[in-house]
Design a protein around this ligand. Structure first.
Ligand code: ADP
Length: 450
């Protein structure tokens, strides 16, 4: 049973095997019992026949001799005291056996078993000598109950086992249904990232341990959902509240930089401007993610020219790329139109290009390409930068996740960019994937329906 993983199958095999043993044991016991009963019946029968004939002979000697001869008394014969045959049926082949009066005995003659009973009948009135009266019966299949009982049982074993296996499997399958539902719900929650799903509980389900487990897990999911919602609400509220003070700090530090009286003051003020811009960017990303999580992010789809979007993304990142000597280029068919939210799509592509530069190598390249199929468009952003290790490929989409070697750098990485790109793809019913080779580069593919 080691290789069988399903509990249902293991239980079914276990009790079907148990049932088989029970049926075989019962068949054996029934066979033994009915054999003993058959022997008892035969023994009583031979005694009865001999007794009946003996009683009758005492009264009507010659009539009875005739009846015995005619076979009225089954398997009964009469012999002279010296063993010479007088009347009756020639019972099997046991005429030559010596007579033992008044004892029911079993004799084996040429491999066959016989039950024999003899008596020496006293001489009837007017006659000087008595007679041997013998009755015998062979112990064979036709007069044994046990053989037929065993045959019936043996024929019914396959049927009993089939009914047991099918019935048992059906019952265990039904009993395990709640576990299937639990596994299905857990998988759906993981695959679809949807904490709103609950374990289906049938209204007429028995209130057993598995029912309790399903109800408890659903209660736990309710609690987790509430906590997640509270956390999202907190992020959304906090980011919203932070926006105004950050705008004020940004505006006033810019003003301070303008009116600075010396270089030192100006440098300090510009530093505040720079950091305020980073915080502002972080806060607006947090707010956007919080809105997307709670389905409050509005999306305004319109026909947009992908080639134009690529140009704008490149233009906005040009200075950054120049600083590292990275060449930005695009290979997008002119006039390739797509139904999308322009601002969100631009933000996603700009992010991917920005990452290509951030994690690129000095003097390298970042290229935007686009290809269309019948019902979708695949936008790819390629770079020949540091690449992503195989272990990190799944993690990069998580919020605030950054590879260890880029954590301390100065370029304002918060680990929110790819989470946002993924959410934007999802909002458009699309998807984003990555192929990467450490030290060779990465390719991010954003697939959106046309
Ligand atoms: P960040 O603000 O840190 O760039 P992202 O969510 O955009 O946040 O990216 C998460 C992490 O994924 C990055 O910190 C980096 O380790 C890795 N990453 C993203 N894009 C690339 C790329 N083009 N090449 C190599 N690593 C990348």
């Amino acid at each position: 049973m080691k290789g069988i993983t399903s509990i249902k199958t293991r239980i079914t095999i276990w009790y079907t095997a148990l049932m088989f043993l029970i049926v075989v044991a019962v068949t054996f016991a029934v066979g033994l019992l009915s054999y003993q009963m058959s022997i008892d019946v035969i023994e009583k029968e031979v005694v009865l026949r001999v007794t009946q004939v003996s009683e009758k002979i005492s009264k009507h000697q010659f009539d009875v001799m005739q009846s015995v001869d005619d076979g009225e008394y089954k398997n009964v014969s009469i012999y002279k005291p010296n063993g010479e045959y007088i009347a009756g049926q020639y019972i099997y082949d046991i005429t030559n056996l010596k007579f033992v009066p008044g004892v029911v005995r079993h004799e084996n003659v040429e491999g066959k078993e016989y039950i024999i009973y003899d008596i020496m009948n006293p001489a009837p009135p007017g006659s000087g000598k008595g007679f041997w009266i013998r009755s015998a019966e062979s112990v064979n299949s036709s007069n044994l109950l046990s053989k037929s009982a065993i045959a019936v049982m043996l024929f019914s074993i396959p049927l009993i086992l089939l009914i047991t296996a099918l019935g048992g499997y059906y019952i265990t399958r039904r009993a395990f249904l709640p576990i299937n539902n639990i596994v299905k719900t857990a998988n759906n929650i993981c695959m679809q990232n949807d904490i709103k799903q609950r374990i289906a509980i049938e209204p007429e389900a028995h209130k057993d341990e598995l029912y309790e487990l399903s109800v408890t897990l659903n209660r736990m999911l309710n609690k987790i959902e509430t906590l997640i919602l509270q956390e999202k609400q907190f992020t959304s509220d906090a980011s919203h509240e932070l926006r105004t003070p950050i705008s004020v700090i940004l505006a006033q530090s810019e003003y301070l930089a303008e009116i600075a009286e010396n270089e030192k003051e100006k440098e300090l003020a510009l530093n505040i401007v720079d950091k305020s811009k980073q915080i502002s960017k972080l806060v607006s990303r947090l707010l956007m993610l919080a809105r997307m999580d709670s389905n409050r992010q509005t999306i305004h789809k319109e026909k947009v020219d992908l080639s134009v979007i690529a140009d704008v993304a490149i233009e906005s990142m040009q200075d950054f790329a120049d600083k590292r000597g990275i060449i930005l280029s695009k290979e997008v068919p002119e006039g390739l139109m797509i139904e999308a939210d322009e601002a969100l799509l631009l933000s996603a592509i700009t992010n991917l290009v920005g990452n290509g530069i951030k994690y690129g190598k000095d003097g390298g390249f970042v290229k935007i390409t686009a290809e269309q199929s019948e019902d979708s468009v695949e936008i790819s952003v390629l770079d020949n930068g540091i690449g992503i290790s195989r272990d990190d490929l799944d993690k990069i989409w998580g919020r605030f996740w950054r590879a260890d070697d880029v954590r301390n750098d100065e370029n304002a990485s918060y680990g929110l960019g790819l989470a946002m790109v993924k959410s934007i793809a999802k909002l458009h019913n699309g998807n984003v994937t990555v192929v990467s080779e450490p030290e060779c580069g990465s390719e991010f593919d954003l697939t959106l329906p046309k």
